[in-house]
Design a protein around this ligand. Structure first.
Ligand code: SF4
Ligand code: SF4
Length: 102
């Protein structure tokens, strides 16, 4: 099973900023309601800049069972964060989860 389906830590750890061109209203795929436009070029997924961040698109319980509500339409940074990467392991540690094995 994909380890991400029982994790979700990185969706509740980092600010997720991306080009406004990835928003639906600008011809992209990310639903407009799940993001805030920061300026003329950047948007941010709602919830990812809270003191205890958690993306508004994340469903489920971190470390148990989770799902991204916009998986097929998620923005670039979500595609780029790879399971097993340093950013992944840091996010898991922040949520008290063991590092992924190689
Ligand atoms: S922190 Fe790592 S294992 Fe967890 S959801 Fe993100 S990429 Fe997947
Ligand atoms: S859009 Fe999906 S993959 Fe990206 S941070 Fe939110 S819940 Fe995670």
């Amino acid at each position: 099973m994909n380890p991400c389906q029982s994790c979700g830590a990185c969706c509740a750890c980092y600010r997720v900023d991306f080009s406004i061109h990835e928003l639906q209203e600008h011809g992209g795929t990310v639903p407009d309601g799940l993001a805030v436009e920061l300026n003329d070029s950047l948007a941010r997924l709602r919830g990812t800049d809270y003191a205890s961040p958690r993306c508004a698109a994340l469903g489920g319980r971190i470390g148990e069972s989770v799902a991204c509500g916009i998986y097929e339409w998620r923005p670039g940074p979500c595609h780029e964060l790879e399971a097993g990467s340093d950013a992944c392991q840091r996010a898991r540690a922040r949520h008290g989860l063991a590092p992924l094995a190689d």
